[in-house]
Design a protein around this ligand. Structure first.
Ligand code: SF4
Length: 267
């Protein structure tokens, strides 16, 4: 068993289904070994535009591919995609940029600084016109000269002000270093643009919940809130596709009736 565990990618072996994997979950007592089902649901009719089944435990790498599938299925050149914070990934958000998919995903607060009463990056306001940050004490942090910054990381630029932090009364809430230094990713403007979209749509996550969770709830109820009937990834994908097809057919019949659906299929 030990040898088998070492040979398996991700060091996981499920004796029930060789393709099933542990899914990450924040809910207490909700850990599950199984599959990750992705739905992209249209906000107007709650039809499932695109779906996918993976055995990847987290949603972080799913945004761009699901967004593109949904855009293609919608027939629109560009769409807005609402996703929960589990989908927040800079690389995925950048991959959507310019591809007709405008994601709106809340940021994940990973530092824990806010919980300890410390400032977070949201407290530092970036001014694109002057390429500088304004810190909570109202001072400007500007780009550090490349050769004087620590770490040869070409994807990040550092902003700081060496003259102000030493005497700042807010320093205990800001940094334990000699001075504060903000790292800005080379694609940060794409993330900033997304944050502005989220700010303009304060109900985005409420809309997301009532849209995406609707088919999940309906299909789970149909399935009896139990396990998939089949095993291994290809079979589970087929099972899920049949569920999605049935859901969409019932939904269209419920919305428009049988005759318009028959006419649409024939056309
Ligand atoms: S410590 Fe420096 S960066 Fe932080 S609030 Fe004070 S002056 Fe601004």
């Amino acid at each position: 068993m030990g040898a088998r565990l070492e040979e398996t990618p991700g060091a996981q072996v499920s004796l029930t289904d060789p393709d099933a994997r542990a899914m990450s979950s924040h809910g207490k007592g909700t850990d599950v070994v199984g599959y990750n089902v992705q739905f992209a649901v249209d906000a107007e009719h709650h039809l499932i535009l695109a779906h996918e089944v993976t055995n990847i435990g987290s949603d972080r790498a799913q945004l761009a591919s699901m967004g593109e599938k949904a855009r293609e299925a919608s027939g629109h050149e560009s769409i807005t995609v609402l996703a929960d914070r589990g989908y927040y990934s800079g690389d995925q958000i950048v991959a959507c940029d310019g591809a007709g998919v405008a994601p709106i995903v809340p940021k994940t607060e990973t530092s824990g600084g806010a919980l300890r009463g410390r400032f977070t990056i949201q407290d530092f306001v970036y001014d694109a016109a002057h390429d500088r940050y304004t810190c909570p004490a109202g001072h400007f942090l500007t780009q550090a000269k490349k050769r004087s910054t620590r770490g040869p990381d070409p994807d990040f630029v550092r902003y700081r002000n060496l003259d102000v932090c030493g005497d700042c009364p807010l320093k205990p809430r800001c940094t334990s270093e000699r001075f504060q230094q903000i790292r800005r990713w080379k694609h940060e403007d794409v993330l900033d643009a997304m944050q502005r979209r989220l700010d303009r749509m304060p109900k985005a996550m409420t809309i997301r919940r009532r849209t995406a969770e609707h088919p999940f709830g309906t299909i789970k109820a149909w399935m009896g809130a139990t396990h998939f009937l089949t095993r291994t990834l290809p079979n589970v994908k087929t099972e899920m596709s049949l569920q999605v097809l049935a859901y969409n057919l019932k939904r269209v019949i419920g919305l428009f009736g049988v005759s318009p659906l028959m006419r649409a299929i024939a056309a």
